[in-house]
Unconditional design. Sequence first.
Lengths: 258, 65
Amino acid sequence: MQDDGLKLGDVTFTNRLFTGTGKFADNALIPKMLAASGSQMITVALRRIDTTTRSENILDFIPKNTNVTLLPNTSGARTAEQAVRIARIAREAGCGDFIKIEVITDMKYLMPDNWETLKATEVLAKEGFVVLPYVLPDLPLAKRLESAGAAAVMPLGAPIGTNRGLETKPLLELLIENCSIPVVVDAGIGRPSQAAAAMEMGADAVLVNTAIATASDPETMGQAFDLAVKAGRAAYLAELAEESGVARASSPLTGFLD
Amino acid sequence: MEIIVNGQKETGPPCTIAALVARKGLTPGALIVELNQQIIKQEQWQAIQLKDNDRLELLSFVGGG
C-alpha cells in the first residue's frame, strides 16, 4: 500500500521522521544527519543571545531551498502568553508558520503543561499558525486541541531526553485511535525499534532529537531511524497479522514422513 | 540612558539599535531584535533611537528539540 504522505498546513511530508537540532556535539553534523535521514522537518529554539560567547547561528546549518520545513519550538515558555510571544517572534523572524508549542513548568521531568498549551494553541491557530502542541497523552485534551485548530497533536512517549521509549503506549493508542488530526510521538524515543513500534501502532510521524544527536554517529543513526520509521509505517499500512495465545503451525500438520 | 537588555539594566550614552548592536560586537545576520515586545527589522535598526526604560531583547535561534 502506498504512503500518501502526511499533510500539515500546506505542506505534504513524504518523510515521517521529524528531527531536532539540539545537543549535537558539532552543528556541522546537522546537514549530514538531514541528508542521511531524509527528514523534512526540523526543530529549532529561540533564546536570548549570550554576548560573552560567540554562538553559532543554528539556521546556518539547515540547508536553504530544500524541502526541509523549520519547526521553531516555544521551549523556555512557562505560560501560554510566553509561548504565543515566542511563536510570533519566530514567524516575524522568517521561520514560517509552523510552531511546536512547548510549555514547561516542571523542570525535573520536563512534563508539558497541557492546560497552558491548550490556551496557546487556541490563540495561535486563530492567527494562522500550523500548531503542533507537545503534550502529555490525554485524550480529552487532544480532542480539545483538535477543536482549537491544532494541525496535529504531539504526545510524549517518555520524558524529554530519557531515551526510554513508549512508556505511555496505552495512552498513545487511545489518541491514535480517536483523534482525527495526526498524532506525532515526540520525546523519549531512544531507539529505531521504538520509532518503528510507534509507527506500527499508527502514529503519523515521530520526532527524534536526543537519540540521534547524542549517538556516536548521528549521521548513521539518522539513517537508521529513517529506515525504522519507514518499516513501521509500511507495517501499519500492510495491517499486522493477528496475535495468538497458542501456536499456529506455519507448515502443514499433515503428510508427515513415518 | 538606562535601558533593559535581555532582562539586565544597562546604562550608556544614547544610541540607536544599530549602534548598540555594533558596540556589543554582535553579528547582525543571526540576530533578532525585539523592542518593547515589537520585532524590529534590521532595516530599521539605524533609524530607531533607544530611550530610557526601553526593554530590548537580543535573540537568536539555537539548537533545540
